[in-house]
Design a protein around this ligand. Sequence first.
Ligand SMILES: [Zn+2]
Length: 138
Amino acid sequence: MSNKKIHDFHDFCVRFREKIANFVVMKVIYNRFIPFGSFHGLNLFGTIFVQRRWGKMDPHELNHETIHTLQQWEMTYVGFYLWYCVEYLVRLVQYRFKTEKAYYNISFEREAYANERNQHYVSQRRPMAWVNYLRKSS
Ligand SMILES: [Zn+2]
C-alpha cells in the first residue's frame, strides 16, 4: 500500500472511532438498592445503576462506565460478563483472595481506571484495547 492510502486509512479509522464514541449514550438509574454492598455503580448492558446515597456520578465515573460499555459491545455483552467473572476468579487466586486487589486488576478495570481521567480517551481508544492490560505494564 502507498503512504497516501495508509494515511487515508488511518484517517478513516480515527473518524470511525470518533463516530462510535458518539453512539455511546449512557443511561444512569439512581436508586436505593442496586448495586448491593459497597459497589458504587453497576453497568448492565450500558445502563448504569447507582445507589442514591453515593450521589451523582462525576465525569470521571461516567467516563469509566463509558469505557466499560465499549468493552461490552466488542465482547458482545455475554463475552464481557463471562470474561469478567473468569478473570476475577483468576486474579483472586493470583492475589491470594484479596477481593479488592483482584477487582482492580481485572483487565477491563485496569483499562477503565487508567484512562477515566482522560476525556478524549473514549474517542481515541482502539478496539479491544483492554487486551493490552492483561499484563501489568509496571
Ligand atoms: Zn469499572
